[in-house]
Design a protein around this ligand. Structure first.
Ligand SMILES: O=C(CO)[C@H](O)[C@H](O)COP(=O)(O)O
Length: 222
C-alpha cells in the first residue's frame, strides 16, 4: 500500500523543503495536482514545477492532470520527469489516445473518474492502465469532505481486477483521506492513498504520515 502526499496543501514558497519532509517520513509517491482553471475552477502548476521537483526527490511523481485536452501536454510532462500521469475520462474525447500516448512516452498511465462518473465509461482502458484513480471528492480543491458513496466504486474495481487477468491496475483514492477514511478505503480494496490537508496542514506532518501508514498496515497483503 502506498501513501501519496498531495503538494496541493504544501507551502508553495518552500516546496523543496515540504517534499523532502514527506520523503524522509516514508512517503511512497508525491501527488502533483495539475489544474488549469478550465477543467476545474482552480489553477495550480504545470510541467515547469514538475521539472523543478525532479532533482529534489526520488519519489514517484504521480501527476493528476485536471486539465482540458491533456493529450497536448503529455510530452511536456514526460520531459519534465513525471513518472505517472492520470487522465480524467471527462477531460477529452480522446482519452484512450491520451493514455496510449502516455504509455508510448515511457510513463505509467492512469485513468480518473469524478464522483458523478460511472465506471462503465472507463472500462475500455482497464487493460491499458497501471492505475485507476477514484475521486472521493469533487476535484479542484483540497480540504473537502470524503464522499463515502465512492467506496462502492473501489469495491467494484477490486472485484473486477480479481476476476480478469488482463487487468493489472492499482486503485488510488483521492480526497478527504484521513486517519479514519483511509481504513474504509483500504478495506474496500484501495492500494494508493492521496492525502493533502491531513498531512500538510498538521503541526507535525511526519507524524500524520506515520498514522496513515499504521492505519493501513493491517490491510496490506504484503
Ligand atoms: O485532487 C485533489 C483535489 O482535486 C487533491 O489531491 C485532494 O483533494 C487532496 O486533498 P485533501 O487530502 O486535502 O482532500
Amino acid at each position: 500500500m502506498k501513501i501519496a502526499p498531495s503538494i496541493l496543501s504544501a507551502d508553495f514558497a518552500n516546496l523543496a523543503h515540504d517534499v523532502k519532509l514527506v520523503e524522509n517520513a516514508g512517503a511512497d509517491y508525491l501527488h502533483v495536482d495539475v489544474m488549469d482553471g478550465h477543467f476545474v475552477p482552480n489553477i495550480t502548476f504545470g510541467p515547469s514545477v514538475v521539472a523543478a521537483l525532479r532533482p529534489v526527490t526520488k519519489l514517484t511523481l504521480d501527476c493528476h492532470l485536471m486539465i482540458e485536452h491533456p493529450e497536448n501536454y503529455i510530452k511536456d510532462f514526460a520531459q519534465a520527469g513525471a513518472d505517472l500521469l492520470t487522465i480524467h475520462v471527462e477531460s477529452t474525447p480522446h482519452y484512450y489516445r491520451a493514455i496510449q500516448m502516455t504509455k508510448e512516452a515511457g510513463l505509467k498511465a492512469g485513468v480518473v473518474v469524478n464522483p458523478g462518473t460511472p465506471l462503465e465509461l472507463i472500462k475500455n482502458v482497464f487493460p491499458l492502465v497501471d492505475q485507476v484513480l477514484v475521486m472521493t471528492v469533487n476535484p479542484g480543491f483540497g480540504g473537502q469532505k470524503f464522499l463515502p458513496d465512492m467506496l462502492a466504486k473501489v469495491k467494484r474495481l477490486d472485484q473486477l481486477r480479481q476476476t480478469n487477468d488482463k487487468y493489472h491496475f492499482d486503485i488510488e483514492v483521492d480526497g478527504g483521506i484521513n486517519a479514519e477514511t483511509i481504513k474504509t478505503c483500504a478495506a474496500a480494496g484501495a492500494d494508493v492513498f492521496v492525502a493533502g490537508s491531513y498531512i500538510y496542514e498538521a503541526a507535525d506532518p511526519a507524524a500524520r504520515l506515520q498514522t496513515l501508514k499504521n492505519n493501513v498496515a493491517i490491510y496490506d497483503a504484503d
